[in-house]
Every structure is written in structure tokens, then in C-alpha cells.
Design a protein around this ligand. Sequence first.
Ligand SMILES: Cc1cc2nc3c(=O)[nH]c(=O)nc-3n(C[C@H](O)[C@H](O)[C@H](O)COP(=O)(O)O)c2cc1C
Length: 160
Amino acid sequence: MSLDLDAKKTLLRKIPHGLFICGVREGDEVNGFTASWVTQGSFEPPMVVMGVRADSTSHGIIERTGCFSLNVLRADQKDLAAVFFKPQKAMGGRFEAAPFQEGELGLPLLDDAIGGVECSVIGKVKHGDHTVFVAEVKSARLLADGEALNLASTGWNYGG
Ligand SMILES: Cc1cc2nc3c(=O)[nH]c(=O)nc-3n(C[C@H](O)[C@H](O)[C@H](O)COP(=O)(O)O)c2cc1C
């Protein structure tokens, strides 16, 4: 069987995605990155599934600490999403553009967003260039409900 790479790319890019800021913490250090490969995985217990680049800083932190937060951005927060995928001077530096508070698990929850959840990892599939983490939602903080940012509206691509 041969994989048609152009067809694969076109088709996989049809999967709709939101855009989130994933937050991590290890000791006194926090970090955050823009994540789009996120979906819900179970009602009860509530679970989410996220694909994380194996060579990213945050990947190692999630593996070692077993938890992460997901902040849901408003539709008008595209600029902030861009801050969180660009290189930073030092780990956690991206949060200079986005003040946060610690949630119940100590993870970064943005002050300006629709809200955020904190998640505890219960399983992972490590294969290829991303690791798929499955995690249970342990806390949820809703700040102000509204329309969320999605990948299609930005003109960016991550996938294919
Ligand atoms: C539109 C867009 C969506 C992205 N989605 C993801 C994602 O779902 N998972 C991921 O690991 N990286 C994703 N990235 C890449 C990370 O944001 C980027 O690699 C970041 O620099 C990682 O930060 P870190 O090394 O400090 O952890 C995305 C990038 C862009 C531009």
C-alpha cells in the first residue's frame, strides 16, 4: 500500500481545531505553548487528548510532572496565540505577554481568556514526532464565556 502524501495532507488539514495555550509547571518554572491538537476524550470522567511535539520543552515537563493546563482563548486573541509559538528568550518568557494565576494544581491559568482547565495525565502514546497525552480534567475556571479562537480563522496551518 502506498500513501498519497498530497491527499493525506489535504484531508488531515480538514480536521477542525481550536487554539489553546497549554501551560506547564516544574518546580518554580512555568512554560506555555500554543496547542491546536486538542480534543475531548471522555464525558465521565472528563478527559482531553492532546498531541505534543516530542522535541519541545513542554513535552519533557508534561512527561515528568504528569499534568498541564489548557487555556481557551477568545476569538480576538490571535496575537497572543502567536506569542506562544514563537521562540522565547528564556523558559516561561511568553507569559510576560499574558499574566496568569496558579490553579488548584499549580498550573498557569491566564487572567485574560475564556477560561482554563487543569488536567492530570492518565496515559500516553509515544510514537512518531508527537506524543499523544490523555488526561483527566481536574479543575475548570470559566472567566467570561464567548466565542473561542479557532485555527481556521487565523489562516495558519498545523497539520497535514
Ligand atoms: C498554529 C499552531 C498550532 C500548534 N499546535 C501545536 C500542538 O497542538 N502541539 C504541539 O506540541 N505544538 C504545537 N505547535 C507548536 C508549538 O506551539 C511550538 O513548538 C512551541 O514553540 C513549543 O514550545 P516549547 O518548546 O517552549 O514547549 C503549534 C504551532 C502553531 C503555529
